[in-house]
Design a binder for this molecule. Structure first.
Ligand SMILES: Cc1ncc(COP(=O)(O)O)c(C=O)c1O
Length: 456
């Protein structure tokens, strides 16, 4: 009997004992292709010799020094590297230990920025429905996933949610990408005007929506429009790249592809690639200057922020991505993954949409491709696909509630950046078989007539 309160008390989990490259191995000797990097974390796969060596050497030097007493060389070097690689004026870094902590810090930083600037009346946060920003109370309040928020609502700070830019379900028939991007971004301006422009602190959004929608990228110039609206009303733009950042989309920062620089950006999962828990907020020089010329400090902090072991892991991961030119592999293998998914699932009767960027791809499942009606949530299709995939030695990241937090199913695929073409083939083969095995009895396996609706 376990003494761990596991995520699901009823489940019996295999015991992970080892990992090499894109594979994880359990105590029974079974091997699993880690095609989701856990939850889009393991960007270098498992057992990477460079990262392990960096961790050994950091442990021999100094494992921990509290950030109110000391800085460390390794944390300084990591901050230099991140500031150097980040777009625009994002040239300072605030280290934390994970994605939720990064969002909490970004929200408080945004609020304190306006206090420093003499605009303490700004108090509203606007975010999007069907987003996920973490499970701590501030991050959960920002997130827009109904199921995750529901029972904790009485504890959440007030936030405001607009529709996401989610073309598969919200773009109208016959509406161009440009027109949809404009209509979708306009929701932000309308919300700012409703609340009163000088009362809004920030708009928070995932550049490419991960866990709750399944790798949904913005359409056309949506983010550029959002940037302009924020600028018009002095509202800060916080992009959450905890999942989609650090190379996952083929760019170090996903927003580079959209030609947008946020005021604050949160990163975490791929930063340390799972070798240590870590995360960060990158802040624009204007935010930093407001703090420097104002109170001189950000009123926040955690015991383990800037942890030297976490910094050593992240530095080694980021230097390896550079050294080995892995972003080019993310782009090339991402295109291959997209192609293979379309070959195997593009005409599948129950695949409504295939989307994403780089090695960050989503497959949305529907009962009926014509009406886009999802499966009955009681069938728990996403959970069945996960189990069928695991039985075939494949880890993918299926989730339910895609449509509105309660109904709908999608699968997130996010393999390590070191994946090769043959492995992509195996991933898609096993995934296709797992989907077919998980469908309800009587569901059609016949190919549909039309191709999937759009290429994200
Ligand atoms: C976009 C996004 N933000 C924040 C988080 C929260 O990160 P963590 O689980 O490290 O607290 C996640 C986790 O999945 C995420 O995908």
């Amino acid at each position: 009997m376990t003494h761990i309160l596991h995520r699901n008390i009823a489940s019996t989990l295999p015991v992970a004992v080892g990992g090499q490259g894109i594979n994880l191995i359990d105590a029974d000797g079974r091997s699993y292709i880690d095609a989701s990097g856990g939850a889009a974390v393991s960007c270098l796969g498992h057992g990477h010799a460079t990262v392990i060596a960096a961790l050994h050497s950091q442990l021999d030097a100094i494992a921990y020094a509290h950030t109110s007493f000391f800085t460390t060389e390794v944390a300084e070097r990591l901050a230099d590297r991140l500031a150097q690689d980040a777009p625009g004026n994002l040239d300072h870094v605030y280290f934390v230990s994970g994605g939720s902590e990064a969002i909490e810090a970004a929200l408080k930083m945004a609020r304190q920025y306006f206090v420093e600037k003499g605009e303490p009346q700004r108090r509203h946060i606007i975010a999007r429905r069907q987003s996920y920003h973490g499970n701590t109370l501030g991050a959960l309040a920002a997130g827009g996933n109904e199921w995750r928020r529901r029972q904790f609502k009485p504890l959440l700070i007030e936030t405001h949610h607009i529709d996401p830019c989610y073309a598969y379900r919200l773009q109208r028939v016959g509406e161009s990408d440009q027109a949809y991007a404009a209509r979708s971004a306009q929701l932000l301006e309308d919300q700012i005007l409703t609340l009163g422009p000088d009362t809004v602190i920030a708009f928070v959004a995932e550049t490419v929506v991960g866990a709750t929608l399944g790798a949904v990228p913005p359409v056309a110039d949506y983010l550029q429009r959002v940037r302009r609206i924020c600028d018009r009303y002095g509202v800060l733009l916080i992009l959450d790249e905890v999942m989609c950042g650090m190379g996952r989309t083929g760019r170090l920062y996903a927003c580079e592809e959209d030609g947008v620089v946020p005021d604050l950006v949160t990163i975490a999962k791929g930063l340390g690639g799972g070798y240590q828990p870590t995360g960060a907020v990158l802040l624009g020089s204007h935010i930093f200057e407001a703090f420097r010329q104002g109170s001189g400090f950000f009123q926040h902090g955690h015991t383990f922020m800037g942890h030297p072991m976490a910094a050593a892991a992240a530095l080694a991961v980021q230097e390896t991505i550079h050294r080995d030119g892995l972003l080019a592999n993310v782009v090339a293998m991402g295109e291959l993954l997209d192609l293979r998914l379309r070959e195997r699932l593009g005409h599948h009767a129950h695949v409504g949409d295939i989307r994403g960027r780089g090695l960050f791809r989503g497959v949305e499942l529907v009962m009926d491709r014509g009406t886009k009606a999802p499966f009955d949530p009681l069938h728990k299709l996403h959970a069945r696909i996960k189990a069928e995939a695991m039985a075939r030695g494949l880890m993918v990241y299926p989730t339910g509630g895609t449509v509105d937090g309660l109904i709908g199913d999608h699968i997130l695929i996010a393999p390590p950046f070191i994946v090769n073409g043959a492995q992509i083939g195996m991933i898609v083969d096993r995934l296709g078989d797992a989907i077919d095995a998980a469908l309800p009895v009587g569901a059609s396996l016949d190919p549909g007539v039309a191709a999937v609706s759009r290429n994200g």
